[in-house]
Design a protein around this ligand. Sequence first.
Ligand code: FES
Length: 107
Amino acid sequence: MPKLSYITHDGSRTDVDTAVGATVMQSALERNIAGISGDCGGACQCCTCHVFVEQAWQDRLPPIDDMEDAMLDSTAEPRRVNSRLSCMLTMTQELDGLVVHLPASQI
Ligand code: FES
């Protein structure tokens, strides 16, 4: 069961055990993590699941596809080099220990 950590914009950290196959967005909603709302349910249509991936993990994630890339240009908090939509990040055992930082606002 891979571990996943969410760090809010004010620095508070929540560590969770998540399931292989769950997305980072789904895991946040199931645990009431403040800062991710996932309004479109994971269809890559809303940008309310924007996260900043900790640098050490960036190269271990699947590449950004065209749809995610376009949506990342519409996030409430400006896109950074480590921005991802968490509904597009599916947990695997290889991602055990993944850390994501949450923006101050999603809307
Ligand atoms: Fe809507 Fe990720 S939940 S884009």
